[in-house]
Design a binder for this molecule. Structure first.
Ligand SMILES: Cc1ncc(COP(=O)(O)O)c(C=O)c1O
Length: 386
């Protein structure tokens, strides 16, 4: 089986499972307890925090452990906007994950904020000029993802964050999809907050990190015992923190080689599908895109082939042992055209034909023709039926 849906989730790595095991069993203490059992857990939590800080190039106190990308984005967007609003204006892009979009809409609905959504170009790129054009003296927060999950486009976050700074707005980036592939960090990207998810990195679902620059006030989502320096109450998930720290450290060590390898494979997959499927188009940027991320649409070719829906191609592909996703993976089950693809200027009927293949460096050169043939056969089969 070819698992080509790693942007959706990854299996837990053995090293990660082994690192977290003691904290699920023998060293089970509550880090807030004032006895030896609790101390051991507190030490593990501190070590995990230091590990994450080293990878992200920030201070341990700037690391908040979360349950994943959704919580990180909600905490950053709502928390920063509500803590010390310079004004009631927030900005995001047209291709954000729902975790960011819905957090912004919540601020609009319940707290009197105005939301401005910055458009993207046909490749899914947010241009700094487009951001500059919508900023206001009362803009409190800008949230733009480092890389898009549907089309893999990577943004120039340092340039966008620099634009936000000109009006004094805080900047959050959703680094869930870039974390496995690209060097990330608060200083490296010039941002105030960065969220990532453990389950995209080989750690379990329900783990994640929000890096939050020291001195940035935040209103927590969860109130209670004041854990995580008051930024997230609740007894800490020590094993989860150890897991995400271990996964992040492993990924950081492997990233450069894995990205180079997966870029080559991705380019071969893209070239193969574009050559092998009549009318196929690549979605997202051909150049500024994540390694291991290939996404396509299969619009109708007049007089030659009818349009297919991505969902039917997925089913055909699975019969050929290739597991993948449509463009609207995060709204699985939804028949609506993806807001990301329509923001790129694709018509809704074309957006419904999306297919996303995401893989890691383990996809071998000899696998590429097999995958490409499977895609061509699957699209051909669906087109023949239609
Ligand atoms: C870009 C992006 N942001 C946020 C999330 C949400 O992360 P989680 O599943 O950890 O809540 C995802 C998950 O697919 C994602 O791709």
């Amino acid at each position: 089986m070819f698992y080509l849906d790693r942007a959706a989730t990854t299996p837990v790595r053995r090293e990660v499972l082994e690192a977290m095991w003691p904290y699920l069993t023998g060293v089970f203490g509550n880090p807030s307890s004032t006895h030896g059992v609790g101390d051991a857990a507190a030490r593990a939590l501190a070590d995990a925090r230091a590990t994450v800080a080293a990878v992200l190039g920030c201070r341990p106190g700037e690391v908040v452990f979360t349950t994943g990308g959704t919580e990180g984005a909600n905490t950053a967007v709502k928390g920063i906007a509500l803590a010390a609003p310079r004004g009631r204006h927030v900005v995001t892009s047209a291709i954000e994950h729902e975790a960011v979009l819905e957090s912004c809409r919540y601020l609009e609905r319940h707290h009197g904020f105005t939301l401005t959504v910055v458009p993207v170009d046909r490749d899914g790129v947010v241009h700094p000029d487009a951001l500059a054009a919508v900023l206001r003296p009362d803009t409190t927060l800008v949230s733009i993802a480092h890389a898009d999950n549907e089309v893999g486009t990577v943004q120039d976050v340092p340039a966008l964050a620099a634009v936000a700074r000109t009006v004094g707005a805080r900047f959050h980036t959703d680094a869930v999809q870039s974390a496995p592939w690209l060097p990330i960090g608060l200083d490296r990207l010039g941002v105030d907050a960065l969220s990532l998810s453990g389950h995209k990195l080989g750690a379990p679902k329900g783990t994640g990190v929000l890096a939050l620059r020291g001195g940035v006030p935040i209103e927590p989502l969860l109130h209670g015992g004041g854990q995580e320096r008051g930024r997230r109450s609740g007894t800490e998930d020590v094993a989860g923190a150890v897991a995400v720290a271990t996964a992040l450290a492993l990924v950081a060590g492997e990233r450069a080689a894995a990205a180079a390898r997966a870029t080559t494979t991705r380019d071969a997959v893209v070239a193969g599908v574009l050559a092998g499927v009549p009318g196929a188009v690549l979605t997202g940027s051909p150049t500024h895109r994540l390694p291991g991320h290939a996404s396509f649409c299969f619009p109708a070719v007049p007089g030659v082939a009818p349009a297919v829906t991505g969902e039917t191609v997925l089913l055909e592909l699975e019969q050929r042992d290739v597991v993948s996703s449509s463009g609207s993976a995060c709204a699985a089950g939804s028949t609506e055209a993806s807001h990301v693809l329509t923001a790129l200027g694709l018509r809704e009927d074309v957006a419904r034909t999306a297919l996303r293949l995401t893989f890691d460096a383990g996809l071998r050169d000899e696998d590429v023709p097999v995958v490409v043939r499977s895609v061509a056969e699957a699209v051909g089969a669906v087109r023949a039926l239609a």
